[in-house]
Ligand binder design. Structure first.
Ligand code: FES
Length: 209
């Protein structure tokens, strides 16, 4: 696992709920490659977070809500990565359909494991399940489904079980708290690391919601 170049490895990005809303996006960086996962009209897709016009970074924030639109000349992209909104196209760019298709964003890979979302620079390669192994994949999927309630983060203690997968470290408390820590991939700023705590669906009502 994670033996190849960073561009061929899966990295944990976020939870599925983080990408569920219209125009929700989450970004990261793998080495020198900025990546974005984005909800576009209900489809969640992943691309290199780099505009194909003059190579500006499209989304600068680690996460947020907004259309996949380049801040430089305002090109916006559809769920296939094709630029569909080009301000001043008739005078400045004169791009017809074929020219726009040639300027589609470079796709990245996206995978779900239960409610966990993973991303990879390479568009092709082994599936996430192949990389993690069937047993670990099934365990992560089950854990992510059993702990659906996001709440306040707590510090893992010595008697907690720890599971490692890709850049994800999972701490599981005996009394039913799950803490996910996703380290920023190599080359990424620490703002792309994420720590989240989850509580089981049957936890006491006083647990944080
Ligand atoms: S650099 Fe993105 S629209 Fe020009």
């Amino acid at each position: 696992m994670q033996n190849g170049s960073p561009e061929t490895c899966w990295f944990h990005l976020c939870m599925a709920a983080d990408l569920a809303g219209p125009n929700a996006f989450v970004t990261t960086r793998v080495g020198t490659v900025p990546l974005v996962a984005q909800n576009i009209k209900g489809r969640v897709v992943a691309f290199r977070n780099v505009c194909t016009h003059r190579f500006a970074v499209i989304h600068g924030e680690p996460s947020g809500c907004g259309p996949l639109r380049c801040p430089y000349h305002g090109w916006s992209f559809d769920a296939d990565g094709v630029p569909v909104g080009l301000p001043f196209n008739p005078t400045d760019f004169q791009l017809e359909a074929e020219g726009r298709r040639r300027l589609a964003l470079h796709p990245a890979s996206l995978a779900r494991c239960g409610r966990l979302v993973f991303i990879r620079v390479a568009a092709d390669g082994p599936s996430l399940e192949e990389e993690l192994g069937a047993d670990l994949f099934a365990r992560l999927a089950a854990l992510s489904d059993v702990f659906p309630r996001r709440g306040d983060t707590v510090e893992p203690a010595e008697d907690w079980e720890t599971i490692e997968a890709a850049n994800l470290r999972i701490h599981l408390a005996p009394d039913g708290v799950l803490v996910l820590h996703s380290a920023a991939p190599d080359g990424a700023d620490s703002r792309f690391s994420r720590t989240t705590a989850f509580y089981s669906a049957t936890a006491d009502a006083e647990q944080p919601a």
